[in-house]
Design a binder for this molecule. Structure first.
Ligand code: DHK
Length: 148
């Protein structure tokens, strides 16, 4: 079975608290459950994690070099600041999908430049939870999960 690590950065644990905001009505727990259901359908063993701490995210990305076939990441606010997360991602050999719930290019200018896109195989933004589920489908193809 193929393994995918899906990392979520700072404040993702607050999703759903402002249903009319940028991230929709689903709570983080609901998003996690939906991703696990889709991953199981795709034959992916999914680890879905969240941290508010840059160093913890970097440790998990490094760990994924030994444990994961693909990486998905919503680095949240660290997307626009963290060269350290970029460097960790560049050291990962498999496919990487950068995900954002919101369309970051429709928002404030400081959200228009991602430092981590340089390491990404692809970027999904603006589709909310649907984007995460589509990302899992794309990842399944990228790592050959459906053939395993
Ligand atoms: C999530 C966040 O928390 C923000 O800091 C980013 C991203 C956008 C998202 O759309 O999922 O700017």
């Amino acid at each position: 079975m193929k393994h995918v690590l899906f990392l979520n950065g700072p404040n993702a644990n607050l999703y759903g608290l402002d249903p009319k905001g940028s991230y929709g009505p689903d709570s983080f727990a609901q998003i996690e459950a939906a991703c696990h259901t889709r991953a199981a359908d795709l034959g992916i063993a999914l680890q879905f994690r969240q941290s508010n701490h840059e160093g913890v995210l970097i440790d998990w990305i490094q760990e994924a070099r030994q444990t994961s076939d693909g990486l998905m990441i919503n680095a949240a606010g660290l997307t626009y600041t963290s060269i350290a997360i970029l460097d960790a991602l560049l050291a990962f050999d498999g496919p990487i999908l950068e995900c954002h719930m919101s369309n970051i290019w429709k928002r404030e200018p400081f959200r228009h430049h991602s430092f981590i896109s340089k390491a990404a195989t692809g970027v999904i933004a603006g589709l909310g939870l649907r984007g995460y589920l589509l990302g899992l489908e794309a990842m399944a193809d990228l790592i050959g999960a459906r053939d395993a």
